[in-house]
Design a protein around this ligand. Structure first.
Ligand SMILES: *Cc1c(COP(=O)(O)O)cnc(C)c1O
Length: 407
């Protein structure tokens, strides 16, 4: 416990939100006031282990010193130019991001949804200009239970009724096939197909990991049928699974890579479309843009993030501690856990519904000082900062065991 930072209590602040804040979220009743590393603290000074890490936006923990320093340095010099002018931080960001991912060119944006939207536009344009698809006929094949963001076009190809209902009319040009089903994918691809857009691991769906060979199969199919493989690594990428990118587990390089979340170091929204030159090269001046995309503050923080990833330390931690997480969860199967899926420091845990919904379990964990979030039903997602120590991870698993054991 440290000195409270607010004169209003958590209960006051939660009540104050109700009449003035849109009700599009249903947060756990904890009001965070400060944070460092793996730990957050509420307004009363209670400390919690953050096992969600901003849905992977905080892969390097809260306020990583190198990222905060990069942000401070840039704040004191230059924050925004717009792309009407060049800024002195953007070249290095793009060069290093291309090198990190093994691709050629970068389109800087801000949020994940913008990266997805931008990837869709680039894929369509590539289909018309390079592949020769007749005007306005391009299709994009996506997977059921996907999560790619919240814009009207993106929810147009969601299969989650809560995300779609009431938001039509929808954008045409998408075909939905079951995830992890190469035959269904092959059947949906034809001469109008611009791209196959998938998450290498489906995060919001509950950390759903496809069978070995699926991603390599998508790569082979898209190459053979002359359409683009667009990999949405906004949540799976940047160290989370024990590699820089989740596609690396199958030695796959997509044509287009979508990044976001952790790219902004938990400080500013930074996203990007990264692709081969013959794909991103279809964009010409005036055809796409963003006022804030590629701003010098974002580029400085993004470059500092890339610098952390270049060391390989975080990928290694995710691999090593991922084994600890897997062992711990394996020990809970049959003791409140029905099953789980994990890769690196990322797990979807199916809790026995007899014990409670995912939300109820998350609520009880909060009471014990561990913050997690349910994905849906009885599945909770664990995605701690990659900076978590083995002792902190062990203590989180112990709390989980206690909460599930008490049922
Ligand atoms: C979070 C997420 C997005 C959307 O990112 P926002 O920054 O919330 O717009 C897109 N794709 C995946 C896989 C995500 O996890």
């Amino acid at each position: 416990m440290t000195a409270p930072v607010s004169t209003r209590t958590s209960a006051d602040l939660i009540r104050a939100e109700e009449p003035v804040l849109a009700h599009n979220y249903h947060p756990l009743p904890v009001v965070v006031a400060r944070a460092e590393g793996t730990w957050v603290e509420d307004v009363e000074g209670n400390r919690y282990l953050d096992m969600l890490a901003g849905y992977s936006a905080l892969n390097f923990g809260h306020r990583h010193p190198a990222l905060i320093e990069a942000a401070h340095r840039q704040l004191d010099r230059l924050t925004l130019t717009s792309r009407a002018f060049h800024n002195d931080r953007l070249a290095e960001f793009a060069e290093r991001l291309a090198r990190l991912t093994g691709l050629d060119m970068v389109l800087p944006m801000n949020t994940g949804a913008e990266a997805v939207e931008s990837g869709i536009k680039v894929a369509r344009k590539w289909a018309y200009e390079v592949k020769g698809v007749p005007a306005d006929r391009a299709t994009i094949v996506v997977a059921a239970d996907n999560f790619h963001g919240r814009t009207t076009t993106i929810v147009s190809f969601s299969t989650d009724e809560t995300a779609r209902s009431g938001f039509g009319p929808f954008t045409p040009g998408f075909r939905v096939v079951p995830y992890n089903d190469l035959a269904a994918l092959e059947a949906a691809v034809d001469e109008t197909t611009a791209a196959v857009l998938i998450e290498p691991i489906q995060g919001e769906a509950g950390v759903v990991i496809p069978d070995d060979g699926y991603l390599a199969g998508v790569r082979e199919l898209t190459r053979r049928t002359n359409c683009l493989f667009v990999a949405d690594e906004i949540q799976s990428g940047l160290g989370r699974t024990g590699r820089t990118l989740a596609v690396e587990h199958e030695g796959v390089v997509p044509d287009v890579l979508l990044l976001g979340k952790a790219l902004g170091g938990g400080i500013v929204p930074v996203s990007a479309v990264v692709a081969r030159r013959d794909v991103l090269g279809v964009l010409r001046p005036g055809e796409h843009g963003s006022t804030f995309g590629g701003n010098p503050l974002a580029a400085a923080v993004g470059t500092a993030v890339i610098e952390l990833l270049e060391t390989g330390e975080f990928q290694r931690r995710a691999r090593d501690l991922g084994a600890v997480l897997r062992d711990g969860l394996t020990g809970l199967v049959g003791k409140g856990v029905l099953g789980f899926r994990s890769r690196g420091l990322w797990a979807g845990v199916d809790v026995d519904p007899a014990i409670g919904t995912g939300r109820e379990v998350s609520h009880r964990l909060m009471g014990e000082g561990v913050l997690v979030k349910d994905t849906h039903g009885s599945t909770i997602r664990l995605a701690p900062p990659l900076t978590i120590t083995e002792a902190e991870l062990a203590s989180a698993l112990e709390v989980l065991e206690g909460v599930l054991g008490r049922g």
